[in-house]
Ligand binder design. Structure first.
Ligand SMILES: Nc1nc2c(ncn2[C@@H]2O[C@H](COP(=O)(O)OP(=O)(O)OP(=O)(O)O)[C@@H](O)[C@H]2O)c(=O)[nH]1
Length: 259
């Protein structure tokens, strides 16, 4: 499947941001913390001896025990801060961690990296306590790079999402690809449904108020029927149903999570 051409520059952006920054915030989605870690960013940071802090954002969407579990796993490699840009959780803790590094330097530049839509701009706004970066549920909305002054000697670098030349389907599962641009949204929705059924089937049942069968394709059909998304002739409109599910996942309306 074709890779998104506009994102092919991503590795060079990651390298540039890493080169310019003293501290790197790797932002991950707390619902799928391991899936949204990026091995390229992590290994580049290690190679270049940059301090990296993993920010578990959207922590408001998962239970505390799950967060602790995810933190425990990631902390084996990097320090972790639990964060919610929406609920202002973790702001002071993250600022303190950044300031620890700032003590040793005159000017500290903080690179903010992560897949599209994990909440990089929202985190910048939460740290700055002001809307300085544009946020949107549409993945890929941050274009170009911006330098944002946090205080006298700390600057944040806002970047477009960083991805690793992944297939659209894999990105879409992470909520990092616009569902409407997918050539086969039903394929991706089925994969997502499969993951959710394995980990937290009730999340689908709660979101669509319907009993979900164990088979992912049947589950897609069940949801389409419940939504009354039909094509002429009365069959379920699978593509429309799939896009709706993928958008609901992006927007946090389906309360599932897994390691
Ligand atoms: N529930 C919840 N949603 C969040 C949180 N932080 C961000 N979001 C939502 O996630 C979506 C993406 O946030 P952005 O800050 O635009 O993400 P980004 O990583 O800068 O996105 P790109 O510009 O695509 O790289 C938006 O709809 C935000 O409202 C959070 O802590 N909790």
């Amino acid at each position: 499947m074709e890779k998104p051409r506009e994102w092919l520059r991503e590795k060079s952006i990651a390298k540039k941001v890493l080169k310019e920054s003293n501290v790197v915030l790797e932002v991950v989605d707390a619902r799928i913390p391991l899936l949204t870690r990026n091995s390229v960013v992590e290994s580049l940071a290690k190679e270049r001896n940059k301090s990296l802090i993993v920010v578990l954002n959207k922590s408001d969407l998962v239970p505390k025990e799950f967060l602790e579990q995810a933190k425990g796993v990631i902390e084996k490699d990097f320090p972790v801060v639990m964060f919610s840009a929406h609920k202002n959780i973790g702001v002071n803790q993250l600022l303190e961690k950044i300031k620890e590094y700032a003590k040793e330097k005159q000017i500290v530049k903080v690179g903010v990296l992560g897949y599209p839509n994990v909440g990089k701009s929202s985190i910048i706004n939460a740290l700055k306590k002001k809307k300085v970066a544009t946020t949107s549920p549409k993945p890929g909305m941050t274009v170009g790079e911006k330098l944002i002054k946090l205080d006298e000697n700390i600057y944040l670098i806002d970047t477009p999402g960083i991805i690793t030349l992944e297939y659209q389907e894999d990105l879409a599962l992470k909520g990092s690809y616009i569902p409407d641009k997918l050539p086969y949204p039903a394929d991706v929705a089925i994969k997502l449904i499969e993951k959710i059924i394995q980990n937290k089937k009730e999340a689908l049942e709660d979101a669509y108020k319907v009993k979900i069968p164990d088979d992912p394709l049947q589950a897609l059909e069940t949801i389409g029927k419940k939504l009354n998304y039909k094509v002429s002739g009365g069959e379920v409109d699978y593509d429309r149903t799939a896009k709706k599910i993928l958008w609901d996942w992006i927007k946090g309306h389906i309360k599932a999570y897994w390691l």
